[in-house]
Design a protein around this ligand. Structure first.
Ligand code: F3S
Length: 753
């Protein structure tokens, strides 16, 4: 159905010669990460070695995946690119907009109703441009990708931070913003800073209560939430080979929690079994043909210190189950120390809800192992003390675990099966009573546990663990319960103990599904119409941004001088604004509302230079726009850090801001600004930031001879008639200057340049 065998074949054909060329260029044995990256260079055969953590390199990914919240703007932009079809296989997955409330069927129906126009839009755009469409209820993006599209040695980008899940099947899979997805779908290269490499050597073998999840919970504790930044985490060793492909997926998925660019495992027998189990034996056959290229060179794994930037070793035989949290995924507690931590820190010991599943942990193996505990609870006459929910990752998994009786067992234990969607994992959880904001504890097998993420209650202490540990603790209703040594009192007053969980990596009868929820695109999409209601609140077709007028920019009003941290969340907030992700005009009403005004220390309160009054940032900017007056935003260090959210660059552009002038940029945001035709400038002398006054009218000079490496001049015309002339730098290359001139990168793509 869904995978593209010809594409994979052509990727594999290139492997032998490209790896040989890479080895020659680099002059030493290669890690798996390097092999895949060098095999996907836009330039073709590698001719030079790239410096890790330094070189910016163009790649040609094989595939694009998008979830419904981020796909909207990605596809609205793609529609602007003037292409009749996507250049690489791409898919859309409707998983983020389904709210969990009562149970799978009712919740799904409600979501279909509520989000109808968004789903209809995504479905018709997909149909028109050759994009595979996974309907609401089909499953969560990363699980569906693992089951259908991930392949060893492939390279994929996805508009979701847990895209690295596909690393479990040996794919370099990286989370990006919609603008990047749009570029790749339009056939343009994708740029990435060549990553640093962290090697994780796994020895021994898991047993008993320990599962793959505990590997990443342990790694998160070692590396912390920032430890993987700019790096790919490559796992290897006999321990790695002993893990199921889906277990590996869980580990790679949660690599996002340590900030890693992505994580990856090499191709092995478990990968082959999973490919065959998901009816992709032909891919397994092809992968076997180039096996030696789909894992790191032996010498690299024998002497990892020589080849990786950092090496961690974990003995799976010694690894304890872990529980991480609350409020951060890197606060790692071995199970044996957790009960004491709960008491010492005064966390609520009573466990209110246990939630299993999500994109992180909803494999057949996960569900069958958790079900083995649920069965024990029923057999041993234990009544589960906590509420318990199950979120299957895909309809294929749901159908199969239902067929094999596991959902029935969960039901007997009092569990509620939710829709195959993100649900509570992304705050789409209408949790009863959450509004009271009571202090309480929940435990999930998800990946993130930041405050408010699951139910919006800042006092919910969310912990993360394996599905097995979540299930055992939900049965006990107590966070201090240690299933390895503690007993529970059953209905008959007897003391009973839970046996170790047991399960199967793959279903013995094979996977099954009646309707997987996939809609293939039209062969010829030229006649397909994409309908967007002009009155829609949630969707708006994009108009191309105007091209540069060919002159210097004069008389720009200072909109805001932002002080301190200004992340993409400060520039374009999430939360309630998520619903406007497909409507640029409406979402622009959140522009910079979180940024702190340097002149009054307040957020969303800036001086309107036309009236002298203070108003909300978007409202003031709309007045400038109405008068045809351009403006400028001034910022501090690392402006735009956080995410690759393109809305943070599109909103100011849409509302008529002409330039962002800061002490320094977060690089992805800087590129996003350039792509949208905005001027992204930095102070040549950072202390010039202090020269900017609240009533300044600002000129940007030198644009008529805009050149790479050549500074521009900014004139600050102060209200008292004095002036300051300062130098500002930029990092535009020739091509990016053309984006600026054309009004945006998309305008240029459309013009066929
Ligand atoms: Fe969805 Fe949560 Fe995964 S939001 S994609 S289930 S991390």
């Amino acid at each position: 159905m869904a995978f593209d065998i010809e594409m994979i074949k052509s990727v594999y054909e290139k492997y032998p010669s490209r790896i040989a060329a890479a080895r020659k260029a680099v002059g030493r044995p290669l890690t798996l990460t390097e092999k895949i990256l060098y095999a996907h260079l836009t330039q073709g055969e590698p001719t030079q070695a790239f410096e890790r953590g330094v070189s910016y390199v163009d790649f040609n990914p094989d595939r694009v995946a998008m979830q419904d919240a981020t796909a909207q703007m990605a596809l609205l932009q793609f529609m602007q690119a003037g292409r009749s079809k996507v250049a690489v296989p791409s898919t859309v997955h409707c998983d983020h907009l389904i709210q969990a409330e009562v149970g799978a069927t009712a919740d799904l129906n409600k979501a279909k109703d509520k989000n109808r126009e968004v789903y209809d839009f995504l479905s018709s755009v997909s149909n028109k441009y050759g994009i595979g469409f996974w309907k609401p209820g089909a499953g969560i993006i990363h699980q569906v990708v693992l089951e259908n599209y991930a392949f060893p040695g492939g390279m994929m980008i996805g508009t979701d931070s847990h895209t690295p899940n596909a690393g479990g099947l040996g794919m370099i899979a990286i989370g990006v913003g919609g603008a990047d997805a749009c570029d790749v779908m339009a056939g343009l290269p994708w740029e990435l800073k060549f990553p640093k490499l962290i090697g994780v050597k796994l020895t021994g073998k898991l047993s008993g209560w320990t599962s793959a999840k505990d590997v990443i919970l342990k790694v998160a504790g070692i590396l912390t939430v920032k430890g993987g930044t700019g790096a790919v985490v490559e796992y290897f060793g006999e321990g790695a080979r002993s893990l199921s492909a889906t277990g590996k997926g869980t580990i790679c998925n949660m690599g996002a929690e340590i900030g890693a660019t992505t994580s990856i495992f090499g191709y092995d027998e478990k990968s082959e079994a999973y490919l065959r189990g998901t009816e992709r034996g032909d891919i397994a056959d092809m992968a076997n043909g180039i096996k030696e290229h789909l894992t790191g060179d032996e010498e690299v794994y024998n002497n990892p210190e020589k080849y990786f930037d950092q090496v961690i070793e974990i003995d799976l035989s010694q690894l304890e189950p872990h529980i991480n949290g609350p409020f951060t995924p890197d606060l790692a507690w071995p199970l044996s120390k957790f009960a004491a931590a709960v008491k010492e820190n005064g966390w609520p010991a009573k466990l209110e809800v246990g939630l299993i599943g999500s994109c992180t942990n909803s494999s057949y193996e996960d569900i069958s192992r958790a079900a083995s505990l649920a069965k024990q609870a029923v057999d041993k006459k234990l009544i589960a003390k906590s509420e318990y929910t199950i979120t299957p990752g895909s309809e294929q998994v749901r159908y199969t675990v239902d067929r094999d009786g596991f959902l029935d067992i969960f039901g007997q234990m009092g569990g509620v099966v939710l829709a195959n969607a993100c649900g509570p994992c992304i705050g789409q959880w209408a949790r009863h009573g959450a509004e009271k904001q009571e202090k309480n504890s929940i435990i999930t097998s998800f990946n993130r546990n930041f405050a408010k993420r699951a139910d919006g209650n800042p006092n919910t202490h969310a912990f993360v663990a394996s599905p097995e540990i979540v299930t055992a603790l939900a049965i006990a209703g107590d966070l201090t319960f240690n299933p390895i040594k503690d007993t529970l009192t059953n209905e008959e007053g007897q003391q009973v103990k839970l046996d170790e969980p047991a399960g199967l990596e793959l279903p013995t009868k094979g996977f099954a599904v009646e309707d997987a929820g996939y809609q293939a695109p039209a062969k010829d999409g030229s006649k397909v119409e994409v309908i967007v209601d002009p009155k829609s609140e949630r969707l708006q077709l994009l108009d191309p941004f105007k091209s540069w007028e060919g002159t210097d920019l004069k008389g720009l009003k200072l909109l805001i001088k932002a002080k301190g941290k200004c992340t993409t969340d400060h520039i374009s907030m999430a939360g309630p604004w998520l619903r406007f992700r497909g409507h640029l005009d409406n979402i622009s009403n959140n522009m910079l509302i979180g940024a702190v005004n340097a002149y009054n220390g307040e957020t969303n309160k800036v001086k309107n230079q036309l009236t002298g009054e203070y108003g909300e940032v978007p409202a003031v900017q709309r007045q400038y726009k109405l008068q045809g007056i351009g403006s400028i935003v001034v910022g501090d260090e690392n402006y735009g850090e956080g995410s690759s959210r393109e809305h943070a660059a599109m909103e100011p552009r849409f509302l008529g801001v002409r330039a962002i002038l800061v002490k320094s940029f977060a690089r992805i945001h800087e590129t996003n600004l350039k792509k949208q035709g905005m001027l992204a400038l930095t102070f040549a002398n950072p202390s010039d930031y202090d020269l900017i006054q609240e009533d300044d009218s600002i000129d940007i000079l030198g644009l008529t001879s805009f050149k790479p490496g050549q500074a521009l001049t900014v004139v600050l015309n102060h209200k008292d008639g004095t002036k300051h002339e300062i130098q500002v730098n930029h990092t535009y290359n020739e091509g990016q200057i053309e984006w600026f001139k054309a009004g945006s990168a998309l305008n240029l793509i459309k013009a066929g340049v």
